[in-house]
Design a protein around this ligand. Structure first.
Ligand code: MLT
Length: 327
């Protein structure tokens, strides 16, 4: 009886000590730089959004958010590293529609579970999808592109950022709709490097997020056939929607958002959520994001629950088509 009481007392003391340690950590968090893993090469859409948002979050948190590019396997290498790290708030990741909603249906042996196995922080931005091509690619508009790709499916080549990436996912859906599932594809470590090859004319086309291509489209270095959204983007008002350009059934919205390992203390989650929200309310940050074509998240999407619901909604939506897609 005496032993049991002693055991209980020790257990209670340990629990109290852990609770105090947790709250002390949260009060002082972060005491050192926080690593934000970007699971693609520098210069691509994920990297661009991560750097803009992290810049302001660093000011709020009083510690630098250091971007680490860990590319490979369509972004799943970097996300695996981030969400299996210690849940202490010092490793977080900027993922997206691909790594969080498309990857589970693309990689049967995926080492993380975006629905039940990670802590969502919030959505950083919506990133509309554009069908873009090298500037001297023969088709002049989307209708011609469709006809040309169908007639030349063995000749044309497409760039993407690996199986399960946004570029791969969105062009896979496009090709399924066109009835040309197999096209020569070149996989890059991100669409940043792929864009360089599109500009230099080595690649014919790709499906990419607006944030990295909008400047190149405006400069005339590549052409954009259409935006796969309901509305045109204020960042590229001359680019028609897929509905306007003759392919109304092709509509898909991509996005980028922050996640961390499961088990993060609630106070740390709250600090990161508040820092993200503050960044997205900052006029300078908003301007930088909007100029590139980012769609600012709603208040609900900036919350862990709202972001988790978006991940699940899109995973459910994409899963049947991606499971069946040629890999
Ligand atoms: C990137 O940052 O390179 C992209 O988000 C890649 C992609 O998913 O297409």
């Amino acid at each position: 009886m005496k032993k049991l009481t002693l055991g209980r007392t020790l257990g209670l003391a340990a629990a109290i000590t852990m609770a105090f340690a947790g709250s002390a950590q949260a009060q002082t968090y972060p005491t050192r730089p926080v690593t934000m893993i970007v699971p693609f090469a520098a210069g691509g859409p994920t990297d661009i959004i991560a750097r803009i948002v992290a810049d302001h979050m660093s000011k709020t948190l009083g510690q630098q958010l250091v971007i680490e590019n860990v590319a490979g396997a369509g972004g799943t290498t970097g996300i695996t590293r981030a969400v299996t790290a210690a849940p202490d708030g010092y490793t977080i990741a900027m993922g997206h529609l691909g790594t969080f909603s498309a990857a589970p249906a693309t990689y049967p042996g995926l080492k993380y579970d975006p629905i039940n196995g990670m802590q969502t922080i919030g959505l950083a931005g919506g990133t509309p999808i554009l069908i873009v091509a090298r500037k001297n690619f023969e088709p002049k508009d989307l209708k011609e592109f469709v006809t040309y790709v169908k007639a030349n499916s063995e000749k044309v080549n497409e760039a993407h950022a690996g199986l399960g990436s946004v570029s791969w996912t969105t062009c896979t859906l496009l090709k399924a709709q066109l009835g040309v599932p197999k096209i020569n594809a070149v996989a890059y470590r991100g669409t940043g490097p792929a864009l360089n090859d599109l500009v230099s004319g080595q690649i014919d086309f790709m499906c990419d997020q607006i944030v990295s291509v909008s400047e190149q489209v405006k400069a005339g270095n590549i052409k954009a056939y259409a935006i796969a959204s309901k509305q045109r983007s204020p960042a590229l008002p001359n680019v028609p929607t897929t509905a306007e350009a003759g392919l109304p059934e092709y509509q898909i919205e991509a996005w980028n958002g922050i996640a961390a390992p499961k088990g993060l203390p609630k106070d740390v989650v709250d600090r990161l959520v508040a820092a993200l929200d503050k960044a997205l309310n900052d006029e300078g940050t908003k301007k930088r994001l909007l100029e590139l074509g980012t769609v600012l998240p709603t208040a609900e999407e900036r919350t862990p629950a709202g972001f988790a619901a978006l991940i699940k909604r899109d995973a459910d939506k994409l899963s049947p088509a991606l499971s069946a897609a040629p890999k």
